[in-house]
Write a protein that binds this ligand. Sequence first.
Ligand SMILES: *Cc1c(COP(=O)(O)O)cnc(C)c1O
Length: 400
Amino acid sequence: MAAPYAWIEQSLETIRRANWHRSVRTVEGQSGAVVLLQGTPLVNFASNDYLGLASDPRLAKAAIAAINEYGTSSTGSRLLSGQRELHSQLEGAIARFKQTEDALVFSSGYLANIGTITALVDHRDLILSDQYNHSSLRNGATMSGATVVEYAHCDMADLREQLENNRDRGRRCLIITDSVFSMDGDLCPLPGILDLADEFDCMVLVDEAHGTGVLGETGAGCVEHFGCTNRPLIQMGTLSKSLGSLGGYVAASAQVIDWLRNRAPSWIYTTALTPADTAAALMGLKIVQAEPERRMQLWQNVEQFQTGLDKLFSKGMICSLDAPQRIPSESAIVGLRVKDAETVLKIGSRLKDHGIFAAAVRPPTVPTSRLRFTLMATHTPEHIRYLLDAIACLTQMIED
Ligand SMILES: *Cc1c(COP(=O)(O)O)cnc(C)c1O
């Protein structure tokens, strides 16, 4: 390999030695509560498809109908030739769901965060960012050129202190946070954040990727859950988790959305969302609203899993010094902290031998290694019992 590229092999070797090296695993066929991974059926606790809509025939049918009507590509950016009636329908439906004046769909949630943050602030401004925010928020903050100040995870006293110390360094100020934290499943203290935003004259961007379809009376998310629907804030989320499709969105006032259509580069200079993805998301959103029983079932499953974990941990079945520790969660994401990357890989692979697919999450995605389980509405009580039985053997798995 030519000398200028030689560093790559060295750097790959470094991440391999730390057990941080990653590679892909191919899922075969439909992804549901059970998936086929390299020929082996596994109960799936690694999916973001919380309501099971990704394999719902109604979404597939809507996508196929859109392809038949409009073709496979939207062929241009939204401001040139890419706009279709389906985009307006989806944006209208999202705005009604979120009870905002307007909404805008992006090609992914990642691009929605990057586009929104870079449109709202620049080098003259300040961003306050929760230390555990998703990569898309953190990268958007860096790309904006604003001064970025991290505050301690969900710590309102620290956010206040950082605002007191730094607010005058920025012309505008934007507070950014996950609503449901994507790795640990805990919730941001949204009412407190909004109060501080009022007091210090800040905008707020809240990432509802794991809240939409899961939390709130109508499934509108963490903002609804906390009764903050009518407060001034900008909500973003993804079409690729509960909604079973692909793409991202921002829901906000008509002015904010109009500004984004004029100033968000990752929306302006990219091809519009495909007709198939748009139609599938629209159907997904209809189902989320029409079938609250899916959300109820999801929460019943979360309850079964958490109650089962309570029993396991209180019985001292998971007790050795190196044993995983529970991470408090208020969502469909449940994490167990594991001492290091090597151990979490080992447990992940043992769980796979037991017929369970779960995420072994390592740095740099998270500060310390953890096992991450996501519940779905389509898991059966047996699936969850099966997982609990496997977790009961975790101590043994580590020692083996
Ligand atoms: C998944 C995720 C995103 C990105 O959404 P995509 O549509 O997959 O690009 C953004 N923020 C959070 C918190 C996420 O979990």
